[in-house]
Design a protein around this ligand. Structure first.
Ligand code: ZN
Length: 389
């Protein structure tokens, strides 16, 4: 299926001219929107790296049909790591004396942050907004002032000027039309209203490698933001940047580099903020691709001698598979939902029903050890197991 081309020749964040960086082949189960080749571009002025041929409309299909956030432990609202993260977000608000104004958390998922605010005495309306209905359905408003609504960042379900605060945690890296998002934020915020944006800090990806191509393999992250890119976009919409915060924050599975920017709606062009670069995103992407190609060559050498079975339909697998030229292989995954799917006509099997022969490639970086143990219990010898890393 063709991908709607956006193909901007100006930087979607700061407006400077952009240049082509590299192609990256992705794939996915069944008729995934990610069976395509992403064209990465970069901006020399603000350093942002972004996919230039994916649209918000196509991504909306993914969130409606394919996305599995709703069943992923990574997004548990009760995990101690995620609660520590909510506390860090609230700490930024507290530091700027932002408290108990009507607020909405856009892209709230299961509503962890607004629920946390409600429990810790935020004395005004808190709204959780998301497009992902399956995640929202798991939201449990434990406080009377917390409510959930369906909506997206480009069409917020609020009247003009009715909110004092908007928060966007891990939203902007998923959205092509950042200017549409900021126009909409400007519409629903009252004068002097504030917004707190958090994205993965792409300038520090290299300090958190996790696996050779972890960050770029997250297919729905079409923008890899720098601090300069975010602050430039905010300023262009009349938001004064009050603070840029770089932190390391936890998730249930790994620590990640967090970049937060707090902006205030002033309606005038504020002075530029000095935001020194913490790393070269384009260089990181090119190094990730090199690492991926080295790994592909290793797998290819093994596959020429013996049968190959791949365990785990993870994001990193969908960056590796399009680069491999395998004549015969099997794919398995312990998720019953994924066992209903196929990869380019090949069934996704139950790991327990796959014959133990040849080499087993364990794809997920984050669950490699757990899968290795499960494979051993099924009779796979340790020397036959290869972990993607
Ligand atoms: Zn730029």
């Amino acid at each position: 299926m063709p991908v709607e081309a956006a193909n901007a020749d100006r930087c979607p964040a700061c407006g400077a001219s952009v240049c082509y960086l590299v192609d990256w082949k992705y794939s996915g189960l069944g008729k995934s929107i990610f069976n395509y080749t992403a064209q990465f571009y970069s901006c020399r002025d603000c350093g942002i790296v972004f996919v230039n041929n994916m649209s918000d409309a196509r991504l909306a299909e993914y969130y409606a049909e394919e996305c599995s956030y709703f069943e992923n432990a990574h997004f548990s609202v009760t995990s101690p790591e995620n609660r520590e993260k909510y506390s860090a977000y609230a700490g930024v608000l507290r530091h700027h004396a932002i408290d108990s104004v009507p607020m909405a958390d856009v892209g709230c998922g299961r509503g962890g942050f607004v629920t946390w605010l409600g429990q810790y005495g935020w004395d005004a309306a808190c709204w959780g907004v998301d497009v992902d209905v399956r995640s929202l359905q798991q939201g449990c408003a434990a406080s009377p002032n917390v409510t959930f609504r369906t909506g997206d960042a480009l069409h917020l379900p609020f009247e003009d000027g009715c909110l004092g605060l908007l928060t966007y945690f891990h939203v902007l890296e998923h959205i092509r039309d950042v200017h549409g998002l900021l126009r909409e934020a400007d519409r629903v915020l009252e004068p002097g209203g504030q917004l707190l944006i958090e994205v993965p800090d792409a300038e520090r990806y290299g300090e958190f490698p996790i696996g050779s191509a972890f960050w770029i393999s997250i297919r729905e992250h079409i923008f890899h933001y720098t601090a300069r890119a975010l602050t430039a976009a905010l300023r262009a919409h009349g938001f004064e940047v009050r603070e840029v915060v770089r932190k390391t924050l936890p998730t249930p599975e790994f620590a990640y580099p967090s970049l937060m920017v707090l902006g205030q709606k002033t309606g005038r062009l504020s002075p530029a903020v000095c935001t020194p670069s913490a790393g070269d995103v384009a260089a990181h992407l090119l190094e990730s691709k090199e690492a991926l190609l080295r790994q592909v060559r290793d797998i290819q050498a093994v596959a020429e001698k013996q049968p190959v079975t791949i365990w785990g339909c993870s994001a990193e697998l969908f960056s590796v598979l399009p680069l491999l030229d395998l004549r015969d292989y099997r794919i398995c995954d312990s998720s019953k939902r994924k066992q209903q799917a196929q990869y380019q006509g090949r069934a996704v099997e139950d790991p327990a029903s796959v014959p133990v022969e040849g080499t087993l490639i364990v794809a997920p970086y984050l669950h490699g050890a757990a899968i290795q143990s499960a494979a051993s219990r099924l009779g796979w010898p340790t020397h036959a197991i290869y972990l993607l890393h």
